[in-house]
Design a binder for this molecule. Structure first.
Ligand SMILES: Nc1ncnc2c1ncn2[C@@H]1O[C@H](COP(=O)(O)OP(=O)(O)O)[C@@H](O)[C@H]1O
Ligand SMILES: NC(=O)OP(=O)(O)O
Length: 317
């Protein structure tokens, strides 16, 4: 079988910067990414796709809250908002890839697996929300909203504005990993752990219950990569490369770095929590658990990145 590559698509990379956030805009962004993934499949790579949902799950949560405030409708729990985004984005990726393969005469089938991801009820992250979701606000807008919703917590997100944060426990196990493996072995391009997976806690022997949280898709992707023995982990996001001193006049793009160098950059605080840090931590975890290489880049650079002509490459040695 061809080398197994897992590609994570960032939720923010599916949002257009035109302020409209329409589902058609999102589908256009998905189609553009599908072209790049189809290029990889055409080159002979065996690809598994995962995706984020940070903006989308926040939009869904807010829609549900407004429906409650305006029309008295029962709110949708956060875990169900995650499940809805997993299905909704998975559907768009599945259709875009299916159509792109048909257009090019690529003989590959695509399937999305509704994926539950186990977390621990005792995870300290339930008490310390860190995962930014939904829209970006100015500090004034965030302060105004806090007056109306004192329980909401906002954080500054990588110079892009303020966002609400929700709990983000660490993934422990992927409940549907055997189904995912079977589909890969049967030759499918599989879409899984969308939005980091639907967070569930174990209630007994093989029984589960949903819990309100948003798992970081980079950690869930890294865990899936380990569980399916992927060779390469590719994280696509809004930047073509990772930088040190990001956003400062002396920022410097990183082309190839070792695990040791990456740990030193983490120690020097080059990567903010909630945006680049989880990608870096997930990369290190993958490489320290039998992964061979990690690439962080934007979707349009995928084809060049896999042959080391673009992106930031993190390697073991
Ligand atoms: N050191 C860094 N190097 C590159 N990008 C960074 C860095 N620190 C923060 N960022 C920002 O983090 C973003 C990636 O995080 P985010 O948008 O939350 O991820 P996702 O694409 O998974 O939704 C980049 O697009 C960039 O704006
Ligand atoms: N769930 C998640 O990590 O989504 P983003 O990648 O969109 O932040």
């Amino acid at each position: 079988m061809e080398k197994l590559v897992i590609v994570a698509i960032g939720g923010n990379s599916l949002v257009r910067e035109n302020g409209r956030d329409t589902i058609q805009d999102q589908y256009e962004a998905v189609c553009e990414t599908a072209v790049n993934i189809a290029d990889m499949v055409q080159e002979g790579y065996n690809v598994v796709v995962t995706h984020g949902n940070g903006p989308q799950v926040g939009f869904g949560l807010r829609r549900s809250e407004i429906a409650g405030e305006v029309a008295g409708m029962a709110p949708l729990p956060l875990v169900n908002c995650v499940a809805d985004t997993q299905g909704g984005i998975g559907y768009q990726i599945q259709q875009a890839l299916t159509n792109e393969f048909a257009k090019r005469g690529i003989n590959k089938k695509v399937a999305t697996v509704i994926t539950q991801v186990e977390v621990s009820i005792d995870d300290p992250n339930f008490k310390n929300p860190t995962k930014p979701v939904g829209s970006f606000f100015t500090i004034e807008q965030a302060e105004e909203m806090k007056k109306e919703h004192p329980d909401w917590i906002f954080v500054e997100d990588s110079g892009r504005g303020y966002r609400r944060v929700v709990p983000s426990p660490k993934p422990i196990d992927i409940v549907e990993k055997d189904a995912i493996k079977s589909l890969i072995e049967a030759g499918y391009v599989v879409i899984a752990v969308g939005g980091g997976g639907i967070p569930v806690v174990k209630t007994g022997n093989n029984t589960y219950e949903g819990i309100d949280a948003v798992i970081d898709k980079d950690f869930a992707t890294s865990l899936l990569a380990e569980q399916i023995n992927a060779e390469t982990l590719i994280i696509t996001t809004g930047v073509s490369r990772v930088f040190i001193n990001f956003g400062k006049p002396n920022q410097q793009a990183l082309e190839k770095i070792t695990v040791k160098e990456t740990k030193q950059f983490v120690f020097e605080n080059h990567f903010p929590a909630g945006s680049m840090l989880p990608k870096i931590e997930a990369s290190l975890s993958f490489l320290e658990n039998n992964g061979t290489r990690v690439i962080i880049t934007n979707p349009e650079s995928l084809k060049d990145a896999i042959i080391e002509k673009a992106g930031t490459h993190i390697i073991c040695a």
